[in-house]
Design a protein around this ligand. Structure first.
Ligand SMILES: Cc1cc2nc3c(=O)[nH]c(=O)nc-3n(C[C@H](O)[C@H](O)[C@H](O)COP(=O)(O)OP(=O)(O)OC[C@H]3O[C@@H](n4cnc5c(N)ncnc54)[C@H](O)[C@@H]3O)c2cc1C
Length: 490
């Protein structure tokens, strides 16, 4: 494979390697890439399909029967997703290798030109505005590809909604035949895999219980057990260490993450320049096709060819063509762990998880309130949600006047889906915002999508899914009116 050594910095070579179950040629390509990759920032991107994906155990057996390099197969198995339909992107940072597994019903949606190589022909320099999980995920996606990023943040990084001490990736599942088009589930699976592999100490805990109802039972019945299984009240009590009144679903892939560990990882890249400033305006410099980011005094903060707006509810101030975002205030509460405490995260309408010997309870929902003061009545709200489910345990908690907490603002458009892509009528300005209550599930996958869109790479999801979150989806297309019919004059 002569091509590998000739790859230039920032260049990405994409190869379609066919059906996973039929041949394992991608393993030899991966090995060759390891042995002959040039020492620059070029990357290899392999795409593999499987109409009927193998579960991890079966793939592992297949590897054992053959003479594949154990170093590679172990790495693959460590990141291998559950065998459910969807596009699963695996990223091996140290190898500069991306592996897309297109499983099940999405295989027909894959565009297959067998080998493409691309390096952005237009000059690229990047500004990201906002240092929350959206801005961090975007910065990570770009620096991992070798691009320098200027990150602008008006306060401290993680001072917005992303700055809670712990973020839980736990949500209900759709029916199995819908999962490939469910951004939240695909995002949560992806996030857990990526950050867990890249960042030390980012995963605070793994596995969670979620309250179940009749609808859920029907929805989850066909899922493999490495995604979800039912635990009866007794099993759930044993697993969680506190008395569970009913059956629960257990989701082994759910994780609680440390936002601070993500911050540390992203900001430690030598390719990142963090500037503390408030971005008030974007002005196009037609002369050199760059964007200037100005502060409230009209001073230039930074200038670059591409700008990514990731400042949550304030994105529309910088880009008036973006959809307005509704603001929902939320407060979490935390207190020192009592002697008997939940041993795992639990969702029950509210949620509880643990970090650094503290129990965290979440979280209130207050619409159209942009204040972020700490409130006793919202501690009480969090306690009451918890009490309804676990009355015995709640009795032993210290008084709420001693609790700590943090309030911040969720921002979401009217369809509650993220807003990701090119900003209408602003060339080379892009947005990643509107992440609502599930930002940690959405952001890394959406950032990977946006990086691929900007750099013309293969997308980490179907075109159809990417289309549902495009920023211009609320703009009504003008209908061309037909002229009224007027009968000819006789
Ligand atoms: C109480 C609560 C609990 C939550 N729990 C979870 C959870 O467990 N799991 C989960 O997945 N999600 C959770 N969420 C949702 C999640 O926190 C958000 O979806 C996510 O943090 C949004 O990330 P963001 O980067 O878009 O916004 P933010 O984190 O708000 O970041 C935006 C950043 O932009 C900066 N900024 C704004 N304007 C400018 C400007 N003009 N110039 C420069 N910088 C600017 C801000 O200072 C801020 O740092 C929770 C939300 C709340 C409120």
């Amino acid at each position: 494979m002569q091509q590998f050594s000739a790859l230039r910095s920032l260049e990405c070579l994409t190869m379609h390697c066919g059906e996973l179950n039929h041949h394992m040629n991608f393993l030899s390509i991966w090995q060759l890439w390891r042995d002959t990759q040039p020492s620059n920032t070029s990357r290899l991107h392999l795409i593999i399909t499987a109409q009927k994906p193998l579960p991890r155990e079966e793939l592992s057996q297949k590897f054992n029967q053959n003479n594949y390099s154990p170093e590679i197969t172990e790495q693959l198995l460590a990141q291998y997703p559950p065998a459910i339909s969807g596009v699963h992107r695996l990223i091996f940072r140290d190898d500069r290798l991306t592996l897309d597994l297109w499983f099940g019903d999405v295989v027909d949606d894959l565009k297959t030109s067998s080998i493409t190589s691309n390096v952005s022909e237009t000059p690229s320099s990047f500004i990201v505005i906002g240092a929350g999980i959206a801005g961090f995920s975007m910065t990570e996606a770009l620096t991992r590809r070798g691009y320098a990023v200027t990150l602008i943040e008006q306060e401290k990084p993680l001072s917005g909604a992303s700055g809670n001490p712990c973020a839980l990736l736990l949500s209900k599942l759709p029916k199995l035949n819908r999962v490939s088009h469910n951004l939240q589930t695909m995002g949560a699976l992806t996030t857990a895999r990526w950050w867990g592999n890249w960042v030390n100490d980012v995963v605070i805990s793994t596995g969670a219980l979620l309250k179940i109802d009749e609808d859920d039972l029907e929805k989850i019945k066909d899922y493999p057990t490495d995604v979800v299984r039912v635990m009866n009240a007794h099993e759930a009590t044993q697993h969680s260490g506190i008395t569970c009144p009913t059956d629960y679903m257990f989701m082994p892939c759910a994780v609680a993450l440390s936002p601070k560990a993500i911050r540390q990882h992203v900001l430690s890249s030598p390719l990142v320049t963090l500037i503390k400033a408030s971005a008030a305006q974007l002005i196009r410099n037609e002369h050199d096709s760059t964007w200037m980011v100005l502060d409230p005094d009209q001073k230039i903060i930074a200038q670059a060819h591409q700008v990514i707006v990731a400042n949550a509810k304030d994105s529309v101030t910088l880009c008036p063509t973006l959809p307005p975002l509704t603001v929902i205030r939320g407060q979490i509460s935390w207190l020192p762990m009592p002697s008997t405490s939940p041993q795992c995260s639990i969702g029950y309408g509210g949620y509880t998880t643990t970090f650094q010997q503290q129990v965290l309870l979440g979280s209130s929902f207050v619409r159209d309130d942009i204040n972020t003061d700490l409130r006793l009545n919202e501690h009480e709200f969090n306690l009451n949600l918890f009490k309804e489910e676990f009355p015995q345990f709640a009795e032993n908690l210290p008084p709420i006047t001693t609790w700590q907490g943090r309030a911040s603002l969720r921002a979401l458009p009217r369809d509650s889906m993220p807003v990701v892509g090119q900003v209408p009528q602003m060339n080379d300005v892009f947005v990643l915002a509107g992440l609502g209550s599930k930002g940690f599930s959405y952001a890394p996958l959406c950032a990977e999508l946006l990086a691929a869109q900007i750099l013309n790479e293969a997308l980490p999801m179907t075109d159809q899914l990417a289309y549902t979150i495009r920023p211009d989806r609320f703009i009504k297309k003008e209908r061309i009116r037909k002229p009224y019919y007027t009968p000819p004059k006789i």
